[in-house]
Ligand binder design. Structure first.
Ligand code: NAP
Length: 455
């Protein structure tokens, strides 16, 4: 895949970038290793000051960074600006809390003194996706840098200007050169990086295919990985739910980020007794949304990030229709304009073997299922190979407990939107990946958890 900025709203190639040569990659690795030797000894308070300075830069230049994201991957400008603000939040969160998360943790044993010490491990590679081009990087970088590691970013090939802007932010904030570097490289270079002794671990957010490739390369070298992969999250609405709130949140859950979010509600599983009402309101709200230029403040839905994503999504939709699914709204790309525009779409009445039962639909397509009640809802929710986040709506206490206990997912949100929050761990089970980002668990992924025993 060429490294380039292509405007998803017009299809125009705006800027292309030469990938780094092997000797340029070597120079960056050497710098990373060298930077780590000094940075690991920098006091936590100094790291926190730099991270707070990064938060200030993000806040002051939120509009400028937001525009780069919108230009490169098509999210609405208002959501891009909100994403920049959230990055500032995660920087401040770890600047304020890392010292406590990484403090020596005493344990009572037969020693006169025993405790756990958390130490940095070195350069960590982050392979990141384009869908939240700032947030995905900052939620890795903020804890990694606070822990004393240094970062190497291989960003998605369609967001090179975001990748370069992020490197610049850390430098401007005061982090020494080499502590956070962007590598403009294709995915074919990742396995070699994993084989390099200087790279100690890696995190990848993206597709199952990419995650499995990285984990295989890391496994050969006995190196740790964290994988944040796809999902086909259930959004369950049971009879006692507050229907109005559930429908409004269902629309946001599915269409946030033009439908391209790992934790989007993708399968809407609704109790028969309220399904007609839910369907009618859901369809009405989808039809009322404005599709158009993502830079325009009145736009709700912008283009998909690339022509390939649009093509893949449409083929899943057409395949579902061919297997008998009914289209309630949308169902075809918008061919009256350039760019990768796909309308908000709702499909229902799936036959066995339909992609709706197993595949992730990465775009603004909601899959609506009807079930008799909670037993069937949980069974259907758990019937995919994924397990990222689940949203479930009910006002019944006993149902709530069953949903929390029985849903196979890295997160369960009752009567709310599944979202990431620096204060809560984030990650999946099954083929949605392993490991956690954010919160105290996130900062413990890439450290040596050293046991100390003193007689
Ligand atoms: P992708 O193709 O897997 O790309 C993600 C990153 O992996 C890019 O930097 C890509 O580089 C790189 N990559 C691709 N193939 C690789 C390989 N064989 N070895 C190493 N690196 C490789 O992902 P996508 O399809 O653009 O992103 C959407 C997917 O990400 C969806 O499944 C979504 O659910 C998931 N996602 C998960 C989370 C989460 O937190 N769980 C968050 C966001 C997205 P190039 O761009 O150069 O190919």
């Amino acid at each position: 895949m060429a490294i380039a900025t292509t405007n998803p709203a017009t299809g125009e190639i705006l800027k292309t970038f030469e990938p780094l040569t092997d000797s340029e990659i070597e120079a960056k690795l050497a710098r990373s290793q060298q930077a780590y030797q000094a940075y690991r000894h920098v006091a936590m308070a100094q790291r926190a000051d730099w991270l707070k300075a990064a938060a200030d830069i993000l806040e002051h230049r939120r509009e400028e960074f937001g525009k780069i994201m919108t230009l490169e991957m098509g999210k609405t400008l208002k959501s891009a600006i909100a994403e920049v603000e959230k990055c500032a939040l995660v920087c401040r969160y770890y600047a304020d809390n890392a010292a406590e998360f990484l403090a020596d943790a005493p344990a009572a044993t037969d020693a006169s003194r025993s405790f756990v010490r958390y130490q940095p491990i070195g350069p960590v590679l982050a392979v990141m996706p384009w869908n939240f081009p700032f947030w995905q990087v900052f939620r890795f970088a903020a804890p990694a840098l606070m822990a004393g590691n240094v970062g190497l970013l291989k960003h998605a090939s369609n967001v090179p200007q975001c990748a370069l802007a992020i490197e610049e932010i850390f430098l401007q904030a005061g982090f020494p050169e080499g502590v956070f570097q962007t590598l403009l490289i294709g995915s074919d270079k990742v396995a070699n990086l994993m084989a390099d002794d200087r790279v100690k671990a890696a995190t990848l957010t993206g597709s199952e295919y990419a995650g499995a490739s990285l984990a295989a390369a890391a496994g050969k070298q006995i190196k740790k990985t964290v994988l944040e992969l796809g999902g086909s999250d259930p959004f369950i609405v049971l009879q006692s739910a507050d229907l109005e709130a559930a429908v409004a949140t269902a629309v946001t859950a599915r269409l946030l980020n033009n439908g391209q979010s790992c934790i989007a509600g993708k399968r809407f599983i609704v109790a028969n007794s309220i399904a007609d009402e839910f369907e009618q309101r859901f369809v009405e709200k989808f039809k009322a949304l404005r599709i158009g230029d993502p830079m325009d403040a009145t736009t709700d839905i912008g283009p998909l990030a690339t022509p390939d994503i649009l093509k893949d999504l449409d083929s899943q939709v057409q395949n579902s229709i061919a297997k008998g699914a009914k289209v309630l709204t949308g169902g075809h790309p918008l061919s009256d304009r350039p760019g990768n525009f796909y309308p908000p779409t709702i499909l229902t009445d799936f036959s066995p073997g339909s992609p709706a039962y197993q595949e992730e639909f990465f775009g603004p397509v909601a899959l609506l299922f009807r079930v008799a009640g909670i037993d069937e809802a949980i069974e259907l929710a758990n019937s995919t190979s994924f397990g990222l986040g689940a949203s479930a709506w009910t006002s019944d206490e006993a149902e709530r407990e069953r949903l929390i206990e029985e849903l196979e997912a890295g997160a369960v949100f009752i009567n709310g939107l599944v979202k990431s929050d620096p204060r809560l761990p984030f990650g999946g089970i099954k083929r949605s990946g392993y490991g956690r980002e954010l919160s105290v668990q996130g900062i413990h992924e890439f450290v040596n958890i050293k046991t100390v025993w003193v007689k």
